[in-house]
Structure formats: C-alpha cells, structure tokens
Design a protein around this ligand. Sequence first.
Ligand SMILES: [Fe+2]
Ligand SMILES: [Fe+2]
Length: 178
Amino acid sequence: MIGKKLNDALNDQIKNELESSYLYLAMAGYFESLSLDGMANWMRAQAHEEMTHAMKFFNHVLERGGKVELKDLKLLKSGWESPLEAFRDAHKHEQFISGCIDALIALARKEQEFASEPLLSWFVNEQVEEEANAGRIAEQLAMVGADKPGLLMIDRELGARPFPAASPFNPQAVVAAE
Ligand SMILES: [Fe+2]
Ligand SMILES: [Fe+2]
C-alpha cells in the first residue's frame, strides 16, 4: 500500500497529465483554425496519449490501495502567435513533466514504495521520447521560418502520425459512434 505523501503526489500527476491533454487539445484547435490539419492531427493524437498517461496513474493508485482524488484542471494556455511558439511550449511543457516524473521516482525510493518503480521507469523512458519529439518538431519549424512550402511539408509529415481509431479525439471515431 502506498503512503499518503506518494498518493498525493500521484494524484497531482493525474492532474498534470489531464492538463497536458487539455493543453494539446487547445493546440489542436489552434492548428485547425490555421488549416494546418497535420499539426492538428499530431496534437489530437498527443491529447489522446496524455489521457492514457493520466489513466495509467489513476489505475496504479487504485491498484496500490491508494485513494484517487481528482483536482481542478487549469487550461495552461489558449492562444499562440505561431506554430513554432506552440511546439516550443509543448517542448517546455514536456520538460516540466519530466521533472515531475523525476520527483515522483525520488519520492517512491525515499518511501521505499518499490512497487511503483516499474510504472515510473516506464514514464522516465516515455519522457525521453516526448521531449525529443516536441523538440525536434520545434527545431524543424525554426528551420523553415516564414517559408510556407516548408511549413506545409512539416504539416504533411505530422498528419501521418497514427491515431487510435476508436479514440474520441479522432473526428472519424466520433462520427462513427453517432
Ligand atoms: Fe504525459
Ligand atoms: Fe509518447
């Protein structure tokens, strides 16, 4: 069973992952408003993924005999000046999340809650991927600058990100369910 301190910290992380999803959903809307549908697709997929992260923590707290306490969610930001600014924010946000995961793993070790380590180690690896992906896209956007064909090329590439067919973040799935 997990102690109160780690339980609280894991509840905070459920909130952080849900706020990540909310932030990326806001970015998906921003990109769709610019007709950058590929970038919007990437953000929809990311918003979906963040929900799965939140649920991994949710399930883990319950499995370890803890108590899930959901917190109020905040919309971290709702408007961007450019695609570059949005992806830079996504990159910065993932760096913040990595710091949260590091703090969680340090706390789990201090409290000798070794049963939480496999899940937290999974997240350590996941954050390497998350930071690298958002950082790489931000760098490519910085590279093309104001060049429209370059921007559209990146948009095409991001439109190919596979997307869970049944996810409610997928507009096709929403249509199919009606
Ligand atoms: Fe996440
Ligand atoms: Fe990921």
